[in-house]
Design a protein around this ligand. Structure first.
Ligand code: OFO
Length: 167
């Protein structure tokens, strides 16, 4: 059985992953209509990944004697100034998610909940990868600046890198 405290933290995390999925879906829509097709593909896939993160938590809660709660979500932002702004807000968002996963792990250690701690280790390595990926995309976009032909090529590259990642 999960403690009340850990259960609450995991329930909150379900909502956070769901909200990440919605946020990236909204960003994908923006990229799609702006003609950034590669970035759109990348963001659609990222949204699916977040839904998978949410589902893993939902199933964990249900298997551990609780019942996952599916909550209402606030509508995500739909307008962005640039592709760089999109990835900056992804990074900002992921840093907060990492913090929240760290808090769950700290609580698990305090309460000697090794099973949940072990389950959450997958999330912490996933966070490291996601933060690193967002940082490297921002670095590239910074180098590209206002060079539209480089931006066009980079967008294409983002789309293909996503396809390779999912093969
Ligand atoms: Fe953005 O990764 Fe979920 O946890």
């Amino acid at each position: 059985m999960l403690s009340k405290n850990i259960e609450k933290l995991l329930q909150d995390q379900v909502k956070k992953e769901a909200s990440s999925s919605q946020t990236y879906l909204s960003m994908a829509c923006w990229a799609d209509v702006k003609g950034y097709n590669g970035a759109a593909d990348f963001l659609y896939a990222h949204s699916d990944e977040e839904r998978m993160h949410m589902l893993k938590l939902v199933k964990f809660l249900n298997e551990r004697g609780s019942q996952a709660t599916i909550s209402e979500l606030k509508a995500p932002k739909k307008d962005f100034g640039s592709l760089k702004e999109v990835f900056e807000s992804i990074l900002e968002h992921e840093v907060k998610v990492t913090e929240s996963i760290n808090n769950i792990i700290t609580a698990c250690l305090k309460e000697n909940d090794h099973l949940t701690n072990n389950f959450m280790q997958w999330y912490i390595s996933e966070q490291m990868e996601e933060e690193q990926l967002a940082r490297s995309i921002i670095d590239k976009l910074e180098m590209i600046g206002s060079d539209t032909s480089s931006l066009y090529l980079f967008d294409r590259e983002l789309g293909t890198s996503m396809q390779q990642h999912h093969q």
